[in-house]
Design a protein around this ligand. Sequence first.
Ligand SMILES: Nc1nc2c(ncn2[C@@H]2O[C@H](COP(=O)(O)O[C@H]3[C@@H](O)[C@H](n4cnc5c(=O)[nH]c(N)nc54)O[C@@H]3COP(=O)(O)O)[C@@H](O)[C@H]2O)c(=O)[nH]1
Length: 852
Amino acid sequence: NELPYYTFSNHSAVMLIIEPTSGKILDANKAAAAFYGYSEAALESKAIQDINLFTAEQVANERQAALNEGRNYFIFQHQTAGGNVKTVSVHSTPFENSDGKPRLLSIIQDMSEQRKLQQDLWHYQANLEQQVLLQTEKIKQANMVQVILLTAVIAVLILFMAVLMTMLVRLRRSNQRAQAQGAKLSAIFDCMTAYLVFTDETHHIEAVNGTVLKDFDSLEALRSKSIYTLFDVLDSEKLLAEGTLECQLDARFGYCNVRVSCAPVVSETQAKLGFIYVIQDITEELENEREQRLASTVFATTTEGVLVSNKHNQIQMVNRAFSEITGYGMEEVIGETPALLNSGRHDERFFNTLYDDLINRGHWEGEIWNKRKNGEIYPSWLQVSAVFNEAREIDMYVALFSDITSRKRNEQLMWQQANFDSLTGLANRHHYHVKFDLALKRAAQLEERFAICFIDLDRFKAVNDTLGHHIGDLLLKEAANRINECVRSSDTVARLGGDEFALLLQDISSISDLELVATKILRALANPFHLEGHEAYVSGSMGITFYPDDGTDRKVLLRNADSAMYKAKEHGRDCFQFYTSAMHQHAKARSVLESALHKALSNRELSLVYQPIFSQLGNGDLVGCEVLLRWKSELLGHVSPDQFIPVCEELGLILPIGEWVLYHACSQVKAWQDSYGRPLFIAVNVSSIQFKRQDMVEVVRKVLRDTKLEAKHLTLEITESVLVENSDKILSQLKALREMGVELAIDDFGTGYSSLSYLKRFPLSKLKIDRTFIRDLPEDEEDKALVSAIILMAHKLNLKVIAEGVETPAQSMFLKSLLCDMTQGYFHSKPVAQQEFEANVLTMQYHKQSHS
Ligand SMILES: Nc1nc2c(ncn2[C@@H]2O[C@H](COP(=O)(O)O[C@H]3[C@@H](O)[C@H](n4cnc5c(=O)[nH]c(N)nc54)O[C@@H]3COP(=O)(O)O)[C@@H](O)[C@H]2O)c(=O)[nH]1
């Protein structure tokens, strides 16, 4: 579409047609020529860049910017032919000419005027703004004073508001505090057990606390009632005048005692608001006061001593009775401890128990010996209680005590009367029985014997009848004294009634001792009695019985003693009788034996016999002998060791006699060894009493030293009873003897306990089979089995075996077949005296040896 040229050429707008690639101006209209000052032809010989002051690069940038912004106009600076530079806007529109070639139609508009106008407008605007600023400043300055004034007013107003707010907050807080305090107060009032009543000035009720409301219907029912109508017993005049009064209310209030106080209530400005009444139940308080008054009165007036001490046991308070009993004034004991009264009669354990009881049980009660200020010691009955605090710690001690001197005296008197005969002072029947039972218990425990003697005075009735009861009484008293003097203080003498006396004699060492006592008493009673100028003669008949021989029961024993006493009467009086005649005979015989034995050693009535012991092995040589004691009494003739050895043991005579046997046996065998040149051993029987009461080790050591016999040639024969004792003392002696080299043989094996454990435990070297097992050999199958078992067992335990009581060649043969080591018995020889032993046994052995 080609522009109509005319339009182009004559258009008032400056137009150029430009070849887009080279920028060559192809056509310029008239307006363009006029604008640029070039002719049209001159312009058409130029390229646009000839008149555009922008560089090619600037133009390209401008084009790019137009493209980016979507515009088709540009702002350039074109230079006119006259050299003027004009700011122009260029509107470029591409089109194709009729040949199809691209062309640009650029319409150029001069913007220089517009620019100038714009600059003028800016300038004007700047001026205007400056003017406005100036004016504003002026106005500002003019208003400044007013502003300051206004600000001041506003500040005052704000300050006022702040003060007002603070006051309001404070007011609110104080109101809250007042409310809280009020709530607290009313809670406190409600908790109070007392009635609290608030009245107006005319004493009409306005408010009450919770306690009142608990007992009355409601506040409404009480409000406006006069308090003096409600509590009509109150004396208003007195109450109002004195402010307080105590009175008792009527039945409606259970007649309780009250303390009423009344106080006016005034405001801060001293305006009268009313009254507050406090009505308090003081019934319990009054009761406590009464009790306290009573306690103080009791404390002051009681006859029992009272001592109050603190937790450190320092005396805080004592009463009058305390001072009367102890002799100490209150001021002397305050701050002291009760140890002040200590009599020294009680040990530490006593006081430890007392204080333990106080701590654990809070109480101790009992009899205690105290000391008065004057040093006198007196018995008192003491009750001490510990007072504990809430933490269960002792706070104080309260002790009550009474002087029981007279009570004790009375008790003693009563006990005396209950247990002793008032005439003679001897034990009465009751006390005798008590002592009897104790003796029974002790004797049973210790396996002891004790004697009971009944004594009846002969012809006492005649003395009573002829010389009167008074003299009779004097005789009884004297008889009691004489009996008492014949016995030991540990024995009991009692008067059972009338002229009947009873004795309890413990620790009887021998019957002969008892007979001595009995004879002594009878002699004492048979002596004349000189009684207030009268001479009287009596005698005693005595019955004797023994525990456990004649009974183990009190009743039985007393009855037996009584019948023995009657037997004595039957025997013509002035004598003693044992319960049975057999017993009497036995006791008599025993008594004779005892007294004869006492003299046996000194009278040289004892002798020794020796029984040989032969070996069963080899040639059957003599290897040793057993020494056996013999007693030929001047009075009794030959007495068997079975009879006298137990008595020796009981009397303790076995100690000197045993030592005598040991010494002579050892010196004899040593002499034989020396003269016959044979290493014989000697077997000596030793009683368990010797081990118990003596140091056998020392005895043996001394004998061996004195006789020069080698220890290995001495065999001590002990019975199983020694081992059964199982005492450490015996065991240690046996061990020491074995260590010395002395041989130990267990005698009579098989008759006693035959405990294998003894054989193992004790340091034995020989075992002697009792003759009762040998007696029926070799016929008795049982004995055969037993003996062979014993030999076997002994050999296993490394013990040599000696068979006792071998009487026949058959027995000897049999034992030999069992490999029994040694034999002893009548088959070889009876026990014989020294000369016979030498003549028969030793000489024969000597010959036998010299022939072999
Ligand atoms: N403590 C002491 N006891 C001793 C002492 N002397 C002797 N006794 C003990 O007395 C008991 C009796 O002894 P005794 O009467 O001497 O009898 C002994 C022998 O004579 C007897 N015996 C010996 N062989 C035979 C025999 O073949 N047949 C038979 N029927 N009897 C015989 O045996 C007694 C020896 O016993 P033992 O002591 O057990 O070996 C007696 O128990 C003696 O122990 C002494 O000084 N102290």
